[in-house]
Design a protein around this ligand. Structure first.
Ligand code: AMP
Ligand code: MG
Length: 285
């Protein structure tokens, strides 16, 4: 996933070899998910979907469920989070890392291939079909959250009760760091690299941060963020620097952090009214 993964296990009553074995299983699960959901791997199911044109593709239960959750969060966020942004990511060079600012007509053309409302997910047939040719999906806005969730699931199945799984900015914690202390998550300063602004104290929850400060390119003295507004086709450039979401699970925090970042402060906080158990911390420019 092009990032660092951390797994911590705090069950001090478990012998070290058991903890190590559990951590290895969690890493193996994250690698499995990377292979499963990558849009870079040619033999992955995502590549198969992306080359399907408008043909129906049948899916296994796990992939169908992930795509259904991605579509759910697209609908909930009125398209701010949208896994169909892939044609735009390609156009702006985020996929090939050959960045460029496209012409307005190119963006216009790519936008015709964007929109989860043009995805048919049939739960009885467990299949996906695109309604417009050239559509493609990218799960970069949900895969890390899913991986953190699954890593914690694997650890729980190994009998672990207190652990942390962090895929870059998507961090899920189970239990506590110790009887005395909750897990402590430092939130990076959006302006000063390596500096921590806040310490969150968490148990049994998940935290995700999205922002323009981590991945972007610069052209003509302007910064272009890797998060694209699917409604305009342009990299997000609004009143926000970063968004941190605390939720019960990491898929929720991951997708909502991206969605709120796209929507900006006012509309983003309005979206969160639909999710009463979710907490947010936004950093305005
Ligand atoms: P995150 O780091 O979780 O905010 O996700 C950003 C990644 O999700 C990007 O690197 C893209 O792969 C993908 N992405 C970009 N814009 C969007 C969007 N509006 N909705 C969903 N995924 C996106
Ligand atoms: Mg996210």
């Amino acid at each position: 996933m092009g990032t660092y993964i951390t797994v911590k296990i705090a069950d001090s009553d478990k012998p070290l070899p058991a903890r190590k074995a559990a951590a290895q299983k969690a890493f193996a699960e994250i690698e499995r998910i990377e292979d499963l959901l990558s849009s870079f791997k040619e033999d992955s199911v995502i590549s198969k979907i992306n080359n399907s044109g408008t043909e129906e593709i049948f899916l296994d239960e796990e992939v169908f469920n992930i795509l259904s959750r991605a579509k759910y969060f697209s609908e909930a966020s009125s398209g701010a989070f949208d896994m169909t942004v892939m044609p735009l990511l390609e156009l702006w060079g985020f996929h090939s890392k050959k960045y460029r600012v496209p012409a307005a007509e190119e963006i216009e053309a790519a936008l015709k291939k964007v929109g989860s409302d043009k995805i048919v997910l049939d739960s009885r047939r467990r299949s996906i079909r695109f309604l417009a040719p050239g559509m493609k999906i990218d799960l970069g806005g949900i895969a890390k959250g899913y991986a953190s969730d699954r890593a914690i699931g694997v650890l729980r199945n190994c009998g672990i009760h207190n652990a942390l799984a962090a895929c870059a900015g998507d961090i899920r914690v189970m239990g506590r760091k110790s009887a005395k202390e909750k897990w402590s998550i430092g939130i990076q300063d959006s302006r000063k690299r390596g500096m921590i602004t806040d310490q969150l104290k968490l148990e049994d929850s998940s935290v995700s941060t999205s922002g323009s400060y981590e991945r972007f390119f610069e052209a003509g003295g302007k910064r272009y963020s890797h998060i694209i507004d699917p409604r305009t086709g342009w990299p997000v450039d609004n009143d926000l620097l970063s968004v941190t979401i605390i939720a019960q699970d990491s898929v929720t925090s991951d997708t909502l952090a991206t969605a709120v970042f796209v929507l900006g402060r006012a509309k983003g906080l309005e979206l969160l009214e639909k999710f009463p158990s979710v907490q947010a911390r936004v950093v305005s420019k």
